[in-house]
Ligand binder design. Structure first.
Ligand SMILES: Nc1ncnc2c1ncn2[C@@H]1O[C@H](COP(=O)(O)OP(=O)(O)OP(=O)(O)O)[C@@H](O)[C@H]1O
Ligand SMILES: [Mg+2]
Length: 272
């Protein structure tokens, strides 16, 4: 079960609401036809990827989830929480929002030091763990090659550093049970580390992705076309061998990338 955690003054968690499942109900495709599925259920710990060509409606689907659409978006979809319409404060109150959406365009316009920015977020959530800012920066630094220093300005972080920090913030400070990543893994952060970390924190993970490793690591794959869900794949063991092979190839790629970044000359590619 995913709990929406909220701090008591005595620093104990209480659980005002529990998210057991999120349900996506069909909307319409770009031609106005009803989508071809009855419902999609997402539970804590699920890893789902959303794939499909450019412009097929992947971001629109994660945006529907992020705002708990109820027929009020371009797609006409409805997102239920535990079988019911989401409570108003899930949508309105950023401190109670159980969803964190991180995109490639996630930018931070606050011209303040990283530690001050996180400190402000911690205070707004009335948290009292003194080391929480330090822990958040340390986690972000597991996801990114170039380390983030606490005193650096938010505006001078690189794209990859910003996204790493936002993922760490979503996990530790926002403590959001549902994390949506819109094509983040291609953008200079260590994807396996992020996936592993989100899984250990029992988050529901929804990726918009073109990455073969991330797609095959997800138990479910939602395939989009023309603004609608075209089909939902659950390949299970069918893809087991392909996944092992792709992970091997990916490790070779990652190693090459790191060597290139480090300024090395690549004379041969030794597969892992
Ligand atoms: N069901 C729909 N009905 C009408 N318009 C839609 C629907 N789904 C998506 N759109 C619109 O189509 C456009 C492209 O959709 P979207 O940005 O979600 O595509 P995408 O798959 O994320 O593309 P990319 O891979 O380039 O990021 C957007 O303007 C979106 O609002
Ligand atoms: Mg998109």
């Amino acid at each position: 079960m995913i709990h929406i955690k909220k701090y008591h003054t005595n620093n104990q968690y209480m659980h005002p609401r529990t998210i057991e499942e999120i349900t996506i109900l069909p909307g319409k495709n770009r031609s106005g036809n009803i989508e071809n599925f009855s419902s999609i259920t997402i539970r804590p710990g699920d890893t789902i990827s959303i794939v499909g060509p450019t412009g097929s409606g992947k971001s629109a689907l994660v945006n529907d989830i992020e705002i708990f659409a109820h027929g009020d978006t371009v797609t006409g979809r409805t997102i239920l929480v535990n079988g019911e319409q989401a409570p108003e404060d899930f949508v309105r109150d950023p401190a109670k929002k159980p969803v964190a959406l991180i995109t490639q365009n996630t930018k931070c316009l606050a011209d303040m030091a990283v530690e001050d920015f996180l400190e402000m977020h911690v205070r707004s959530r009335k948290m009292t763990d003194e080391r929480i800012v330090e822990k958040t920066i340390a986690l972000a630094n597991e996801f990114t090659g170039e380390k983030i220093r606490p005193g650096v300005r938010m505006t001078s972080l690189s794209g990859g550093q910003t996204r790493s920090l936002m993922v760490a913030d979503a996990i530790i400070i926002s403590n959001a049970p549902i994390i949506l990543l819109d094509e983040v893994e291609n953008a200079g952060i260590f994807k396996e580390k992020v996936i592993e970390c989100l899984r250990t924190h029992q988050k529901a993970l929804i990726f918009v992705t073109h990455d073969p490793v991330v797609s095959l690591l997800s138990a479910k794959r939602i395939v989009m076309k023309n603004g609608a869900v075209e089909c939902i794949l659950e390949p299970g063991d069918e893809e087991k061998e392909a996944l092992a092979e792709i992970i091997r190839m990916d490790q070779t790629f990652c190693r090459m990338r790191e060597l290139i970044r480090a300024g090395e000359i690549i004379r041969s590619v030794n597969p892992v």
